[in-house]
Design a protein. Structure first.
Lengths: 378, 291, 378, 291
C-alpha cells in the first residue's frame, strides 16, 4: 500500500527527522485559515496528495510567493485531476531554499535477499533516470537484516555521495531514520527524493513509503481506502479490488480466469497466440474456495468487455471440485446472460470437478489448446 | 538419486490439522511420501490420516529422529515462527507453502536458515516432487512421471501444465521444484541450477520464468559463465502482459532496466538457452535436446 | 538501576500484559480518596514500593479485606522501615485469587553470551530457593539475541513447566512481552515472581526490572534518584554514589583507594594478610583523571572510619601523573588532617607521578608489600 | 609464535584522535607495535604521531591492506558501531578497550563477530601483549618481559601487578591477555586456554580470576576434562570481600551457587590447579612448575 507524502513525512518526523513545516488541507476546508493557524509564511509549496507517479510533472506541485496565491492554487488543485486522480488532500509546505538535491531509497533486493540502500548525489530525477544518465553516481549497499543499517554504513554511504562534516552526520542520521521507518513499517520501498542539502543539514522535500500489503494487519493505524487516490486503477479494477479480486483490465473481448500469476499470464499469451484478445487478467490465486470462484465468474459475467469467458484451472492447492462448485453457483445465481463459458480443468480433484460441471451441463476440457481454440471460435 | 527430496525423505507437516495441511498430508501419503509426524500447537496427541500429531517440533523430532524435512501449511501470521522452529529442530529442508507472509519476515528467516545450513523452498510455493520417489508439496502427483528432465519454476500451476505436457509426450522428470512467487524466496533459479548441475539423474532442465525481477537474467549469466553444462529450455510467462501493470506477484518496484519479457529472453538466448514461445512447445524442444 | 514494582508492571502493561488493577499512593496523599477514585474494591494488597530484596517477608506486603484496613495499613507502611528503607510510595492493588504461582525471569548468561529465560512451575520463592529445593523444575532456554524469543520457544518453555491450552497461550504471550521489556529497556534482569495462573490466563503479581546503568542514557524517562530506596547502601555509600565514587563500606580502619576492581579487592586481601583491616573498597576505575583522584582522596579524608589511607595504583590507562596531581590537590585543599597517607605507584607514567608527589613531600612506594607493611604500622 | 598478537600484527586504532587513543598510540608505537592507521569519522587526512588517520575503516584498509587487528578507544555510545565496522572490514582481532558499553550491545556484537570468525578481546579490557613482539592495549609495557608464561586475567591492574612480580623474579611472559571485566566479553578463560594450549611458546599459565560469575569454574571443568595439559597457577581476587556486596563489576545477579571465592578455589584445586593465596606468591609457584 502506498502512503501519501504527508504520512511518510510524519513517520520520518516521529523518528527524529526534521521535515519542512507544513499544514494539511482537506477539500472543503478554509485554506487561508489553515495556513494562518499553522503560522506558515510564504513562499510555500502547494502539493496535491495523490499517489500517482510523476505528480510534479503532471502539475500537482506548485511553488507560490504569496498566501493569496497559495489559496487559489490549492483550491484549483482540488478541482484538477492529476493523471486522472482528483486530490482530496493538499499539503502546503514552507519552501526550503537549497542548493543540492540528493536521492535516497531503501528497497529489498530479491537476489541478495537483503535490504539495499540506494543513494545518489543527483536527486530530483527518478532512479531509472539517474540509472540512465548518471549510473556511476548510484551508491548501493546491502544491509544485514539482523543488525540493520549500522551507523558507520550510513556515514560511508554519505561519504561516497560526496558529503562531509556536519552535513554527513545529518545525512547519516536521516538515513538511519529512513531505515527504521522502512523496517518498522514493513516497507517495500522507503524513498526520499529529493533530499535537500540545506546549509549543513539534510531535509526531505519529498518522501514515499510503500507498505507490504501482507503486513498491513500489523499497522492498523495506516488503514484506509486509497485505491482511487492511487490513480493506478481503472473503474473496473477498483471494483475488483473492493471485492478482493486480482484483476487487470485489458483491451480484448475474452474474459480470463485462471489460478496463479504464471498460468494466468500464460493463458493470456495462449489466447493471443490462437487469434483471440484477452479482456482481462484475473488470478484467483492458490487454494481458492467455491465462493471466490463464484465471485470471479460473477464479476466477469458483469464486466462488459468480456464477451466470452475462458476459465483455465490447473489444480494444486486449488481443487477442481471447489472451482466447479463456484462456476455452477455463479451461473445458477446470475442465470444465463448470453456469455459463452469455456472451462478447462486439470490437476487436483479434477474428476470430481468435471463431474459437478457435467451435472450442470458444462463440459470441461482437459487440453488447454483445444479449449482455447473453442474460446476463440465461440 | 534426486535432489532435495527422495527415498530418504522423512517429512513432518507443520500445520497438519488445518484444512490444507490435512488434505495434502493425505495426498502426500497416497503418493508414497514418508510423512512421519505432524505438528500443531495445542493439538498434540491427535492423529491425522494415521500420522501422529505433536505440539512442538522438538517433541516430533524426539519421537521421530529420522525426520529431515518439514512442510509448512501454517497461516501467514504464524508461518515465520514455524520456519524458525523447523530450522532450530535441525530440518535440512523446509518447504514453505504458505502465501502472504510479510516480506520482511521472509527476509529474516531465509537469512537465518542459510546461516544454519537449512535449505528453504518458498514461501508461496507448490513444493518439490521427485516423481516416483517423494512429493513434499501440493503438486498434483498424477501429472508427473519419473525421468531425467528437471523443472524449476516461479509459478505453481504453470509447472503442472508443463510437467503434464512433458509426461503426455513420454518425457519423465527427475525433480520438479516450484521455487515460489514471493519477492524473497529461499532457493532461487541459480541455486537450484547449481544443485541440478551436480545431480546424476538430471539430463536436461526446464526453467519456467515470469516477467519481473532479475532471476532469469542471473540464471542466464550463470550459464554464460559456464557453470551449467546441462542443456536448458526456458519459457517466460507474461509475453503479452501490458508493461507497467503489476500482474499478481510479478514485477519489481525498481526495475533498473531488467525484468521485461524481451530482456529476459535476450539474456537467456545470448547464453545459448532455447526459449519456448508457448509452454506446449517445450516437450518438442526438450526431446530435441535429449536425442 | 532497579525499577520499582509499579514501574516494571507499567512497562509490561505497555506491551499488552494484563496486570492487576491498582493505584499508586505517595506519602502524604489521601489514601482513601485514591482508592475510591481508582474504583478498587477489597480485598486488596498493600505493597511498599522499596527496592530491597525480601520485601514480603520483611512486612512490606499485606493482604487486607476492607478499605479501612487498607488505609490504615498503607499509612503505617509510610512510617515503617522495610529492611531499613522507609517507603515513599505504596501500591494498592486488587487481590487476585489464584491457584498456582509460576516463576519467570530473563537474565544474560555470561558464559553463553545469550539472554537466558528461566521458568519454573514453583513460583513464590526466589530462584536460589527453587534451585535448592526443586532444581529439576527450572527450565532454561538460551535465546538468539538477533531473533529474540521466538513464539514457539515461549510455548515450549510453557509446556515444559506443565502448562497447556489457553493458559499456555497466555503464558507464551506474557513471556514474549517480558522479553521485549528486557531487551528494549536494556534489562540485566526482568523477572515476574510470582506469576499467577488465574483461570486460563497468567497475571504477574510481582515484577522486577534491573536496567543496565551503562544504557540509562537511552531511557531518560526512567531517570530519578533511587539510591536510598534501594536499601542497599549505607549513609557513606549513598554519599559516595552521589559523588560518582564506587565505594563499599567495610569495618576496619584502613581506607583503601585503588584502580580496578581486581586490584582493589587484592589490596583489601593484602591489608588483611599483613594484619590490617580495610575500612572500605574504593575503586577509581580505569583512566581516572586528577579531579576524580582528588575527589576520592578527599572523600576518605572525611570518612571517619578511615584512620589512615592506602593508595595502591598500578597504571595502565590510569596515569601516574594524574593520580599524583589528584592526591596533591586533595591534600593542599583539605589541609593536613592527621590521617597518614601511604602511596604505592607503578605502571604508566609512574616516574612523573613519583616526581610530582616528591615535590609535595610524599614518598611513593614501588613495592606493594613494603607499602602495606608501612600502612599497617602507621 | 605467540597467540593473538605478534610480529605480523598490523594495527588500526579506532578513535585515534581522542585523548586515550592518541596517548596509547604513542605508547604502542614506542613499544614497537606496528600501528599502520587510525580511524576517526570526520578527521580523515590528519596524522597522529605519524600515523595516518582515515574517516572510515574501509578507507584505512584500502590504504593498508596488511592491517589485521583493530583496537577501539571510541566512547561507549559509539563503540558497538566501531566493532561492527572493524569486523566488517575483515579484522581478525578486535581489542575493545572502551568501558561502559551497554551489555545488550556487547551481547550482539560478540555474537556477530564470532559468526564471522573475528576474535574480540574485551570490552572494558586492557588488551593483549606478547612481550618483545607487540602490544595491542594499554598495558604498561615496561613491566613485561619475553618468556614462556602466559597470563589470562579478568582484571587489568592486577595483571600488571602479577606480570611485574614475575618479571622481577626473572620469569618472562609469552602472551598476556586482559580478557576484560564486563558481564559479556568476547574471549573467556576457556577460549583463551584453548588458544594457549596450542601455543608452542607457552609452558605455563597464570589465571587471574575474581569473585562472581562462573568463568573460573568453567576453566576448572575444562582442565578436569583433560583439555589443558599445561600447568596452571591461579589467583582469585576478593577473598576478603563481604558477601552480597557488589565490588565494582564483580558479582552476578543470579549466582545459582557459583561465584564465591570458596567455590572457585575448590573448583580450581579439584582440577589440580595451584591457587596462590596472594598474588606475590605466584612467581614462586610458577618457578616450581617450570623446573
Amino acid at each position: 500500500m502506498k502512503l501519501f507524502e504527508y504520512e511518510a513525512k510524519s513517520l520520518l518526523s516521529k523518528y527524529g527527522v526534521e521535515v519542512p513545516p507544513s499544514v494539511l488541507v482537506r477539500k472543503g476546508e478554509d485554506v487561508r485559515a489553515k495556513i494562518r493557524d499553522a503560522g506558515l509564511e510564504p513562499p510555500v509549496v502547494v502539493k496535491a496528495q495523490v499517489l500517482v507517479a510523476g505528480r510534479g510533472k503532471a502539475g500537482g506541485i506548485k511553488l507560490v510567493k504569496t498566501i493569496d496565491e497559495a489559496v487559489s492554487v490549492a483550491e484549483k488543485l482540488f478541482e484538477t485531476p492529476i493523471k486522472g486522480v482528483i486530490p482530496r488532500l493538499v499539503l502546503i509546505e514552507k519552501a526550503i531554499p537549497h542548493d543540492t538535491e540528493l536521492y535516497t531509497a531503501i528497497v529489498i533486493d530479491r537476489s541478495e535477499r537483503r535490504p539495499v540502500v540506494l543513494a545518489s548525489r543527483y536527486g530530483g530525477m527518478d532512479i531509472e533516470e539517474i540509472a540512465r544518465e548518471k549510473p556511476e553516481s548510484i551508491v548501493r549497499r546491502f544491509i544485514d537484516p539482523y543488525t540493520g543499517l549500522k551507523g558507520y554504513e550510513a556515514r560511508l554511504i554519505g561519504k561516497k555521495i560526496g558529503l562531509s562534516g556536519k552535513t554527513l552526520a545529518s545525512f547519516a542520521s536521516f538515513l538511519q531514520a529512513l531505515y527504521r521507518v522502512f523496517t518498522e513499517y514493513d516497507g517495500e520501498l522507503a524513498e526520499s527524493n529529493p533530499l535537500a542539502v540545506v546549509g549543513d543539514k539534510v531535509i526531505p522535500l519529498d518522501a514515499r513509503l510503500i507498505v507490504d500489503d501482507n503486513a498491513l494487519y500489523r499497522h492498523p493505524e495506516l488503514a484506509g481506502d486509497r485505491i482511487e487516490e492511487s490513480g493506478e486503477y481503472t473503474e473496473w479494477e477498483v471494483k475488483a479490488r473492493r471485492q478482493g479480486l486480482t484483476f487487470v483490465e485489458l483491451d480484448g473481448d475474452i474474459g480470463i480466469i485462471s489460478n496463479g500469476a504464471g498460468l494466468t499470464m500464460t493463458t493470456m499469451d495462449l489466447v493471443l497466440e490462437y487469434g483471440g484478445r484477452p479482456a482481462n487478467f484475473l488470478d484467483i490465486g492458490g487454494g481458492a474456495r467455491a465462493d471466490l470462484v463464484k465471485k470471479a465468474v460473477g464479476f466477469l459475467l458483469e464486466y462488459p468487455k468480456a464477451k466470452k469467458i475462458f476459465i483455465n484451472i490447473f489444480g494444486g492447492i486449488t481443487r477442481g471440485d471447489e472451482v466447479a462448485k463456484g462456476i455452477v453457483a455463479a451461473l445458477s445465481e446470475l442465470g444465463e446472460i448470453g456469455k459463452p463459458i469455456i472451462v478447462r480443468l486439470a490437476g487436483t480433484n479434477e474428476e470430481e470437478g468435471r463431474r459437478i460441471l457435467k451435472e450442470a451441463g458444462i463440459e470441461a476440457y482437459t487440453d488447454p489448446i483445444e479449449a482455447v481454440r473453442k474460446v476463440v471460435e465461440a | 538419486m534426486a535432489i532435495l527430496v527422495g527415498e530418504d525423505t522423512r517429512v513432518i507437516v507443520q500445520g497438519i490439522t488445518g484444512r490444507e495441511g490435512s488434505f495434502h498430508t493425505r495426498l502426500m501419503l497416497e503418493y508414497g511420501t514418508k510423512v512421519v509426524a505432524g505438528v500443531t500447537p495445542g493439538k498434540g496427541g491427535m492423529e491425522v490420516h494415521g500420522v501422529p500429531v505433536y505440539d512442538t517440533m522438538e517433541e516430533a523430532v524426539e519421537a521421530h529422529p529420522e525426520a529431515n524435512t518439514s512442510i509448512i501449511f501454517v497461516p501467514a501470521r504464524f508461518a515465520a515462527d514455524a520456519v524458525y522452529e523447523a530450522v532450530d529442530a535441525g530440518m535440512r529442508l523446509v518447504v514453505v507453502i504458505t502465501e502472504g507472509i510479510p516480506v520482511h519476515e521472509s527476509l529474516r528467516f531465509v537469512n537465518y536458515a542459510k546461516s544454519r545450513g537449512t535449505t528453504i523452498i518458498g514461501p508461496n510455493c507448490p513444493g518439490v516432487i521427485s516423481p516416483g520417489k517423494a512429493k513434499v508439496g501440493i503438486l498434483p502427483g498424477h501429472v508427473f512421471k519419473p525421468g531425467n528432465v528437471a523443472i524449476i519454476s516461479r509459478s505453481g500451476t504453470l509447472t503442472y501444465e508443463v510437467a503434464y505436457a512433458l509426461t503426455k509426450n513420454g518425457i519423465g522428470q527427475s525433480t520438479v521444484i516450484g521455487i515460489g512467487g514471493d519477492p524473497v524466496i529461499g532457493t532461487s533459479f541459480t541455486e537450484a541450477l547449481k544443485l541440478l548441475e551436480e545431480d546424476d539423474e538430471t539430463k536436461a532442465i526446464v526453467l519456467l520464468g515470469e516477467i519481473g525481477g532479475d532471476m532469469e537474467e542471473r540464471a542466464a549469466a550463470m550459464v554464460k559463465r559456464g557453470e551449467v553444462s546441462k542443456p536448458i529450455v526456458a519459457f517466460i510467462a507474461g509475453r503479452t502482459a501490458p508493461p507497467g501493470k503489476r500482474m499478481g506477484h510479478a514485477g519489481a518496484i525498481i526495475m533498473m532496466g531488467t525484468g521485461t519479457y524481451k530482456g529476459k529472453v535476450e539474456a537467456l538466448e545470448s547464453a545459448g538457452i532455447k526459449v519456448a514461445r508457448m509452454p506446449f512447445d517445450i516437450p518438442k524442444l526438450v526431446a530435441d535436446l535429449l536425442t
